[in-house]
Design a protein around this ligand. Structure first.
Ligand code: FAD
Length: 394
């Protein structure tokens, strides 16, 4: 049954980057929202990592009126160098390769098309999101404690944004497909010479993909994928030996000068929940899926979940969708993007993390065609920045 004008209430579990944005998105759609996380704000902010953001995330932030505050912490990159070191070919992507963007994009999206993408550090990204939550009268923010017992009736919707080990997913008995890559991802901050401050790199190396992400002033975040044993060995090196190993891994011309924090490795995995909803609960962000960090898709995919959730929450408020149908509608609409993105990242890792003599000529040809054919570059960049479903719509 479609309700005419009631107030809809949501409980968001998890105040990581996905839960925080989902709570804001629901509040902007006209819902009353409680968001909780067992971690206090200090622990939520502590994480040392940087995310790559694509135009799909920028568009959502613009639509939610958050871009003007978050733009301050987003470092734009205007060139992305894709280098296959095994075949020694390189392709540069620039804003000219972005194409017109999705047909439904608001005009504001074109204002930012001078960037191929953006990088933001977790410690700078989360504070404005938490501040926006604290300032929103439709949001109750409860950090540092488990969900409080409420005398209110159960919420209309529970948004489980409680991460890849989601207790909600387990409690609901939703199984998941798990795949642990043999690669780990080592992240750290370094000072580099030889790259422009607005240039990002995706290096395809036989031991795994390697992203070099600009944070301004010659500082770069590295996301270095390599076999788990190699990552453990790199973690244990002193600064000098680590910089030597890094210099050996980077292409000629890129030179590391200083290591700015301790390298830390985390396991790379693929995860896909068997269902994205049960009862009133929807799985949003890494509680429902996780992919290899190649191509910087992870958080953008999580935030496209949020974009879909916000559209459906708006339809509920407008009386065009019964609230009890929202979870299933969300699940149905997210599958194509999730499947295609997980498949594409997995294929990239398998095709490029080797020196297979059978694959090298195909990779060589692919890079040559990308370098020579602007429409092909546009297709590749559209898939990365708007999501692979964008290709099906073109
Ligand atoms: C060590 C490490 C390093 C990483 N480095 C990078 C990187 O450099 N670049 C990059 O792009 N990505 C990186 N990632 C991946 C990135 O962190 C995730 O894509 C992103 O955090 C997903 O956001 P999320 O909000 O969905 O989940 P999370 O960030 O995991 O947030 C889940 C939240 O749910 C909370 N929670 C747990 N249980 C409950 C409960 N019962 N009730 C309520 N809340 C609960 C948790 O406290 C947590 O705050 C890294 C991941 C790890 C593990």
């Amino acid at each position: 049954m479609v309700h005419p004008n009631p107030v809809f209430r949501a409980q968001v579990l998890g105040a990581g980057p996905t839960g925080a944005l989902a709570a804001l998105a629901l509040a902007r759609a006209g819902w009353q929202v409680r968001i909780c996380d067992p971690l206090p704000a200090s622990a939520l902010l502590e994480r040392n990592r940087a995310y790559a953001f694509s135009h799909s995330s920028q568009r959502l932030l613009s639509q939610m009126g958050l871009w003007s505050s978050l733009e301050q912490v987003m470092v734009p990159f205007r060139r992305l160098e894709l280098v296959d070191l095994a075949v020694e070919r390189q392709v540069g992507f620039t804003p000219a390769d972005l194409g017109p963007g999705p047909a439904n994009a608001p005009p504001s999206a074109t204002l930012s098309s001078t960037a191929v993408g953006w990088i933001a550090q977790h410690q700078q990204l989360l504070p404005p999101l938490l501040a926006a939550l604290a300032a929103d009268p439709a949001v109750v923010l409860e950090l540092g404690s488990p969900p409080a017992q409420s005398s209110l009736p159960p919420p209309d919707l529970v948004v489980a944004a409680d991460g890849p080990h989601s207790p909600s997913r387990a409690a609901l008995g939703i199984g998941a497909l798990h795949w642990a890559y043999s690669q780990n991802c080592l992240t750290c901050l370094v000072q580099l010479r030889g790259s422009a401050n607005d240039q990002a790199w995706e290096l395809l190396r036989p031991e795994g993909p390697f992203a070099v992400l600009p944070l301004g002033d010659g500082i770069f975040q590295l996301v270095w994928s390599a076999p788990a044993r190699r990552c453990r060995q790199l973690e244990s090196l002193g600064d000098g030996a680590f910089l030597d190993a890094l210099a050996g891994a980077l292409p000629d011309g890129l030179q590391p000068d200083a290591l700015l924090d301790a390298p830390r490795a985390y396991p790379a995995g693929l995860l896909l929940a068997h269902s994205l909803h049960r009862g009133r609960t929807v799985l949003v962000g890494e509680s429902g899926h996780r992919c290899h960090p190649v191509g910087g898709q992870g958080l953008n995919l999580c935030w496209r979940d949020v974009a879909q959730l916000q559209r459906l929450a708006g339809q509920v408020v407008a009386g065009r969708l019964a609230v009890e149908r929202l979870p299933a509608a969300y699940g149905r609409r997210r599958w194509p993007d999730l499947l295609l993105t997980l498949l594409a990242t997995d294929l990239l890792v398998r095709l490029f993390s080797n020196r297979s003599p059978l694959l090298l000529p195909i990779r060589h040809l692919a890079l040559v065609l990308l370098a020579r054919l602007p429409p092909l570059r546009q297709l590749a960049l559209a898939a990365m920045t708007h999501g692979p479903c964008q290709l099906l719509r073109q």
